[in-house]
Write a protein that binds this ligand. Structure first.
Ligand code: ZN
Length: 394
């Protein structure tokens, strides 16, 4: 094939993905994406419920829950149809919502994060259910609010599902977890995340008369240097070391000859299972306090809620998933807890949760794209996983 040649390659997952990518579902818009998922699942015999949640400070969000079968085991596949904005559209080699295929890859916003994972699951579910309903319950929970505030999405859908009487045995989230090659990594947990604003206060004054002012910046810088030098831990069996990043420093001061009255910095900490939130807060507050002399005003304000650290070792979920991946790719996937937060943080309160999907290298980037061959391979893996999870049905 010539470089840049546009070809048409057919596969069931690709058909779904093309329809999904052409919906401009930048959070909180849906533009028909959930409707496509609902139509497919209804056709396969799922009972589909659409729920819209609102909150006075955040936009309304559409969500979907679908279920087929009854009793245990109860597996829920989860994901999101919303996408991040395309950014500079003119920088894309193809329009971000056109779903064009170039050199065997579909280019478009959401191709890997994560309309691709949903498309593969729809194709896999169709193949799996050809032999009849599952020996248990298979549910699907799709939100339109993962990339946004995540207030009117998965957390509220789960509360609704539990209220309605659903009890989940395991959750698989189709986020792009593969690192360099499809199937090289499963996410078995995530680090926690917490942020804070550190504010140093002083007395505003003229830069030529520092004895009449009290500059808060030197002690804020001292506190930040101490935080930056802090080694929180060396990692644990399941997790990489915790890390603290200074993400902003600001005085709001536009004048060069004025000593500012206050200065603020933002920090974000990704923490592992060596820590709980109260212990971590106490450690940071102690470091900040030690950086300032007695009587110097410096405060740490925590941005709530923190995301808790979690991980699963449930072999009823991880075993069939790893086996299905190995059967298709010939390699055993790594079990990792690296990376940022996802809606897994909401599922962990109800059941073991793992994440597995496409290679995430281009997610959130210009020219986000997925090889069609990977869509077909992931479809095979999801279908085989469903068969293994529900009892080895071929
Ligand atoms: Zn995602």
């Amino acid at each position: 094939m010539m470089a840049g040649e546009t070809t048409v390659v057919e596969s069931p997952a690709l058909d779904h993905l093309r329809k999904l990518v052409t919906c401009r579902s930048v959070t909180p818009d849906d533009d028909g994406a959930l409707g496509h998922v609902a139509d497919c699942l209804s056709r396969l015999g799922f009972a589909v419920t659409r729920k819209t949640f609102s909150d006075r400070d955040t936009p309304d969000v559409d969500n979907l829950f679908a279920t087929i079968g009854s009793g245990a085991p109860h597996l829920v596949f989860a994901g999101h149809t919303d996408v991040v904005p395309p950014g500079a559209t003119e920088a894309w080699s193809r329009p971000p919502f056109a779903a064009e295929i170039v050199d065997g890859e579909l280019i478009g916003r959401g191709a890997v994060d994560m309309k691709g994972g949903i498309a593969c699951f729809l194709a896999a579910a169709e193949r799996f259910l050809k032999a009849g309903p599952p020996a248990g319950t298979l549910s699907v929970l799709i939100t339109g609010d993962e990339e946004g505030p995540a207030i009117n999405g998965t957390s509220k859908m789960l509360l609704w599902a539990i209220d309605t009487g659903h009890r989940f045995g395991a959750a698989l989230i189709g986020e792009p977890t593969s690192e360099s090659r499809l199937g090289d990594a499963i996410k078995i947990g995530r680090r926690g995340s917490i942020s804070a604003v550190i504010e140093a206060r002083g007395t505003q004054g003229h830069a030529a008369y520092p004895h009449l002012a009290d500059n808060p910046l030197p002690r804020l810088i001292k506190a930040l240097a101490a935080l930056d030098a802090l080694e929180l831990d060396a990692g644990t069996d399941a997790f990489q070391p915790s890390n603290l990043e200074i993400t902003s420093v600001d005085t709001g001061n536009t004048a060069v000859n004025v000593i500012p009255a206050s200065a603020r910095a933002n920090i974000n900490i990704r923490f592992n299972d060596r820590w709980d939130v109260p212990a971590l807060k106490a450690r940071i507050e102690a470091v900040v306090a030690a950086a300032g002399a007695a009587g110097e005003a410096m405060t740490v304000s925590w941005i709530e809620p923190a995301s808790q650290v979690f991980h699963t070792s449930d072999e009823g979920l991880l075993g069939p998933l790893a086996d299905a991946i190995e059967a298709r790719t010939g390699a055993v996937p790594a079990r990792t807890t690296a990376g940022g937060t996802s809606d897994g943080r909401f599922f962990k309160d109800y059941c073991p949760v793992a994440e597995f999907g496409l290679v995430g290298a281009t997610m959130h980037r210009i020219d986000e794209r997925v090889p069609v061959a990977d869509l077909d391979a992931l479809t095979d893996i999801y279908a085989d996983f469903l068969a293994r999870y529900f009892g080895g049905r071929p």
